[in-house]
Ligand binder design. Sequence first.
Ligand code: GLA
Length: 346
Amino acid sequence: MLKSAFGTDRQGKAVEVYTLSNAKGTEAKIATLGAILVSWNFKDKNGVVRDVVLGYDDAADYLKGTCYFGATIGRSSNRIAGGKIVINGVDYQLEQNDGDNNLHSGSNGMHAVNWDVDAVSENSITLKYLSADGEQDFPGNMTVKLTYTLSDDDELTINYEAVSDKDTVANFTNHSYFNLGGHDSGDIFGQKLKIYADAFNPVTPTGSIPTGELRLVEGTPFDFREFKEIGKDADADYDQLSYTGGYDHNFVLDDKKEVRIMAEAICEETGIHLYGYTDCPGVQLYASNFVNGEKGKGGAVYNIHQAFCLESQYFPDSINNPAFETPLLKAGDVYKSTTIYKLALD
Ligand code: GLA
């Protein structure tokens, strides 16, 4: 297992990057900071190695950045209305870092902390983080373990496990920005996407909080049930796209509680095919609407619509919406979740 220096965290402690590799020569680099997927190198149909995720060259840039490139988001991914939650009758006010709302657990979320290395092998790493009672304003001491495993089949499996000593929120995701043409190849609107969802969550005109409605995708720009170019309907005159400046919505997966397919994407130029699987109830499609002039890896500059995210999760603000499956983790219970991204040339 290759290990290299990657700068320091906010406390000045060393951040390291570990390289997972498989028999085919595919490599995925994972930083201890934020348990971030820094790069994923895969040989395309022409034999050219492409790094299919956006990112930065060192820890300092990740700590400065506001895009959450490749990061592990926790305890709570996506938005919580007003940053307010009530657990067992007690009100908690979380950081309001996105207008009035809490986004991705606030500025001190698990994307911004340095995780401990629990175990490593050639193709897998387990990172561990102990989040203290009151950290990010959430109740409960929470221990989180996260394992990335790269199989010889080019599957990158992310296993999350968390336990808390008080009832709290557990809703983890990975915020990788995919560009199947390569991280520095520009616009993704020509790449094709398929999402295994019949419905999505419309959001409020401001603040992007789900209204509670589950709207069928049929007849809307959100219909990705068959492969469609991401850009095809992205600029359609449709209220939900104008509220959010493009695709930035949760899609409703079927109600199976097991790992099943959530989405696929294809880039014809490179032949790279991404498959996504999860046991989560939803997946957020985010088309990098807010990325603007970000200086990324190896001198690349990333702009709007140069990547897409498929963030598996509980529905946004589900902690406040009794109609949605709850991300509430009971004290002593074990939160477990699995998301798999797979690359292929088929
Ligand atoms: C998520 C959100 C977006 C945006 C990005 C990060 O995908 O839904 O609105 O905040 O994270 O920039």
